[in-house]
Design a protein around this ligand. Structure first.
Ligand SMILES: Cc1cc2nc3c(=O)[nH]c(=O)nc-3n(C[C@H](O)[C@H](O)[C@H](O)COP(=O)(O)O)c2cc1C
Length: 218
């Protein structure tokens, strides 16, 4: 069976050359000037834009290509209201006012797809089935990486993102993923609002650690 996920577009079958260094505008839009958005204008975010975000993010790397993240895209009033019920109080209004919201979840059964997404390491499926701790570590770390890629992909298509970890994940799983008893496959890790930032969207920029406090050289 061929899944869409395993269909590799022609232009991606051979490795692309690395980009020439991004010019200042690209660096600013992705990193140095980009901000965490708290408020958005009424300008809608289309389903096509949301699809475009994932079309970029899905190509970024994960351990053994396991791709454990799953994403619920919320863009209806009803969906926002249901999601908002599970947000921490300070985050609730942000969800209700966002044109679109992505809930990034780990698929706890991500290893079932290993034979398909990493055929040379197909036996990893059984190894992970037998090792819940390793499975959880791999699934969680990979999903966090994919969540970060999603934030950068949103910026790459001209949207602003507001990642939030402050919510009741078990309640969200129960209500939005139909996980009545905590044994379901999708488990929410991060909620990301998406849209076009309002003028007063931003809190004051907080300092980043200096390179000399972070980097060691060997
Ligand atoms: C994983 C993660 C979880 C976060 N959770 C929350 C949250 O629950 N509520 C909130 O108001 N901001 C949250 N933030 C926003 C951060 O505080 C913000 O991204 C950070 O201070 C950098 O802000 P800047 O991009 O505007 O410089 C979260 C950010 C990340 C990446």
């Amino acid at each position: 069976m061929t899944h869409e996920t395993t269909t590799v577009p022609r232009q991606q079958r051979s490795p692309a050359r690395p980009l020439p260094p991004l010019e200042d505008a690209g660096r600013a839009g992705l990193f140095t000037a980009a901000r965490t958005a708290n408020r958005f204008t009424d300008e809608p975010v289309t389903d096509a834009e949301l699809a475009e975000v994932w079309e970029l993010a899905r190509w970024a790397p994960t351990s053994a290509n396991t791709q454990p993240a799953r994403v619920l895209l919320v863009r209806t009033d009803e969906g926002r209201a249901r999601l908002a019920e599970h947000m921490a109080e300070g985050n609730r209004g942000r969800v209700l006012a966002a044109p679109a919201v992505a809930v990034v979840a780990v698929d706890r059964r991500f290893h079932d797809r290993v034979p398909e997404v990493m055929p040379p390491m197909a036996s990893m499926q059984q190894a992970l089935e037998a090792d819940p701790d390793r499975r959880e570590a791999l699934g969680t770390s990979g999903t966090w990486m994919q969540a970060a890629y999603l934030v950068l992909a949103a910026r790459a298509v001209g949207l602003a993102a507001g990642p939030m970890a402050g919510f009741d994940a078990d309640g969200l799983d129960r209500d939005l993923f139909g996980d009545a008893d905590g044994t379901g496959s999708w488990h929410a890790l991060l909620v990301v609002t998406l849209g076009h930032p309002d003028e007063d969207s931003y809190r004051p920029r907080m300092p980043r650690l200096a390179a000399e406090d972070v980097l060691r050289w060997a």
